[in-house]
Design a protein around this ligand. Structure first.
Ligand SMILES: Cc1ncc(COP(=O)(O)O)c(C=O)c1O
Length: 414
């Protein structure tokens, strides 16, 4: 009782020392930024490019006076908006840059800069439902693999969709035979295809899925690609056909911005066709001068501006080099583990390597992500090679894994 009273007293004294509305406690902020910058050096388990490099952008932003202005990209960026303080012109240029890289023609493409990959997936599923409803007057069944990102399942739940979770093979791809068995031909099908699953980095077999749809055509089909990470680098690699709408016939794609491209906050983009857009519920909003096709009203004006800045700063050749480098480094890392006999796996065209889970100390030192799969011996971890990870850092992780394995094999002390 006495101890509880003392703890309450201490917490009252501590909270009283923070004065809202007073000076900003810079010591605290500086300690916080140091902690984050220290972490930056050895985080290897998450698909975030830490080479953000937006110093010049922010210098311009402050010098221009825009730091003291609130802009907002509410509305359809392709139509003039009632709210004029926006960055729609830059948002459109970002979408115009990316659309042809995924095989959309300039005439058919429509898109937005999103707040994240999840936001793009949310639009993909929502637009897909409305498109299929307009075509068939029926709500679709949502098909997605067990290895797909959890956001798809959550979005299905949020949009109250019947969800068919298709089992995946051991390397993480949707099992096409099981998809065929689950497919209901008397209902429209909304299929979310993983272009790089979160943990194993598997790209679903679009040709195989297509063959099933030809053999057993459902009432109508909408294909959305979740290309959160791989969708960023594949168009700049020699494997770009995987993500080419002219060959793969998808209806929309979502990609994260902060993963491959490197931003200081989550963002992304969503691209679909004008035909899909035309079949959406218009929800006309007179005070905004037009229909608002996006799910949210207010949208960041700053992210499209930063994206545009990044596209000015980097050439196609730069992005191609970055894509080649992360894939070469993933090959290098996997080879190091193979040489040592450390159990590890990697899908083709993937910058993700997954392996037997090491000790907790190694997990924490490199901030590795974890998963479990009894088919691969149980506990697993993965690392994702991003642009900020050097060969030395990759070798350092490989050495730690090898040392861990050696400890495991050492005879127990008597
Ligand atoms: C395959 C996949 N889809 C979607 C997401 C979610 O993307 P975001 O974090 O940009 O919302 C992730 C995140 O890691 C992912 O790996």
């Amino acid at each position: 009782m006495k101890k509880t009273a003392i703890l309450i007293l201490i917490s009252l004294v501590v909270s009283a020392s923070f004065v809202w509305g007073g000076d900003v406690p810079m010591d605290r902020l500086n300690a916080f930024s140091k902690k984050i910058l220290d972490l930056r050096e050895h985080v290897m388990g998450y698909p975030i490019n830490q080479n953000v490099d937006l110093k010049e952008f922010y210098e311009w932003y402050v010098q221009s006076g825009l730091h003291n202005t609130s802009m907002n990209n509410v509305g359809n960026p392709r139509k003039s908006s009632a709210l004029l303080m926006n960055t729609h012109e830059f948002e459109n240029e970002v979408i115009n840059f990316f659309a042809p890289l995924y095989g959309f023609t300039p005439e058919e493409a429509w898109g937005i800069v999103t707040s994240s990959g999840t936001d793009g997936n949310d639009h993909g599923v929502y637009f897909g439902v409305k498109y299929l409803l307009a075509k068939t007057q029926m709500r679709p069944v949502l098909y997605v693999s067990e290895d797909a990102h959890y956001s798809i399942k959550k979005i299905g739940d949020l949009q109250n969709l019947e969800l068919k979770l298709i089992p995946s093979d051991v390397m993480g791809h949707m099992d096409v035979a099981k998809f065929e068995a689950a497919l209901e031909t008397n209902k429209p099908a909304l299929i979310v295809i993983a272009i790089g699953t979160t943990f194993k980095g598997a790209v679903d077999d679009q040709k195989g899925i297509d063959e099933v749809l030809q053999r057993k055509p459902p009432l109508a089909v909408y294909r959305h690609l979740d290309g959160a990470l791989f969708g960023g680098y594949l168009p700049f690699s020699e494997h770009k056909e995987v993500i080419d709408r002219k060959l793969m016939h998808f209806d929309s794609i979502a990609v994260s911005g902060h993963k491959f491209f490197g931003f200081d906050e989550p963002c992304g983009f969503f691209i679909t066709t004008q035909d899909v857009l035309d079949r959406q519920n218009p929800f006309r909003v007179p005070y905004l001068n037009d229909a608002v096709p996006t799910i949210t009203c207010s949208r960041s004006a700053l992210s499209p501006l930063k994206f545009w800045w990044k596209l000015q700063r980097h050439s196609m050749a730069d992005f191609q080099q970055q894509a080649a480098d992360i894939l070469a480094n993933a090959t290098f890392f996997k080879a190091q583990l193979d040489e040592a006999g450390y159990p590890a796996w990697r899908n083709p065209n993937s910058n993700t390597v997954f392996f037997k889970r090491p000790s907790q100390a190694v997990m924490e030192r490199y901030d590795l992500a974890m998963e479990e799969d009894p088919r691969l011996g149980g506990l697993l971890a993965h690392m994702i090679v991003m642009q900020n990870e050097s060969r030395e850092e990759i070798e350092d992780l490989a050495a730690s894994l090898k040392a861990d394995m050696a400890k495991d094999k050492a005879p127990a002390k008597p």
